[in-house]
Design a protein around this ligand. Structure first.
Ligand code: 4FV
Length: 246
């Protein structure tokens, strides 16, 4: 997998690209990431990337020519999937991450200021992606989110392939609770089933807890979730439980 990033703050990515999972994936050659400074694609001696908005209204807008030059230059004769990170984009979710990971090469465009000249979208953007309905100062953090999420989909990057398969959201449910030593924390103990060694019972408990947690915290996810027969019955019980209580 190859990811190229365009930003006016390339230095922001340095610690991220040499640390933890992404850092190891790069070291092991499973992931290739190049960060380019957008200002290297300006032509004026002030290396300016922004200008005043037509129609006024305050704030500055990123001008199109540096972006168009930059995207075409770093794309070379390849056709990376060009993603602009912006609040106007498609909300990123597990399915979206898997789709992005399906592209052999991504080119992530990180905006700053009030936004980017609309013609950049028309000329050199394939898709807009948002990491959430809030406004950040730049697309760099969203680009890191995409890079980390996509890199977890690369076979071999996440140690236990099992853990990717069973990641939250994979079956549309939140993850089950996790416990580790010490066995007692300020009077709070570990569910006996987890100490039982009965793997079927442990898996059944985890499936039930994933469902109950999703039912309580993110019932919106249940419409799309892939549920087992047992989980369907359990969901009916949970719903009846609520009805009886209300
Ligand atoms: C954003 C988001 C985001 C908007 C103006 C950068 C900022 C500035 N990107 N998901 N939420 N971007 O807030 O992706 O250009």
């Amino acid at each position: 997998m190859r990811i190229q990033i365009l930003s006016i703050f390339p230095e922001l990515f340095e610690p991220f690209l040499r640390t933890s999972l992404v850092g190891r994936a790069i070291e092991r050659g499973l992931l290739r990431v190049e960060v380019h400074d957008l200002r290297d694609y300006t032509e004026d001696r002030h290396r300016s990337v922004d200008d005043e908005p037509y129609g006024g209204g305050g704030g500055m807008v990123m001008s199109a020519p540096p972006w168009v030059r930059a995207v075409r230059s770093v794309s070379g004769d390849r056709s990376p999937w060009r993603v602009l990170l912006s609040p106007q984009g498609r909300r990123l979710d597990d399915a979206g991450v898997r789709e992005l990971a399906g592209h052999g090469e991504l080119l992530l465009l990180c905006g700053r200021y009030e936004g980017i000249d609309e013609r950049v979208r028309r000329l050199v953007v394939d898709e807009e992606v948002s990491i959430g309905d809030y406004v950040l100062s730049g697309g760099e953090l969203p680009a890191m989110v995409v890079t980390e999420a996509v890199s977890r989909q690369i076979p071999g990057v996440v140690g236990l392939a099992k853990s990717v398969r069973e990641d939250s959201f994979r079956h549309g449910l939140l993850d089950h609770p996790h416990y580790t030593r010490p066995p007692e924390v300020e009077g709070l103990t570990v569910p006996d089933v987890l100490l039982s060694g009965h793997h079927e019972e442990i898996e059944a408990w985890r499936a039930r807890e994933a469902l109950r947690g999703t039912f309580e915290k993110r019932p919106d996810l249940l419409t799309e979730a892939e549920l087992t027969e047992e989980q369907r019955r359990e969901l009916e019980r949970l719903r009846r439980g609520v009805e009886e209580r209300t």
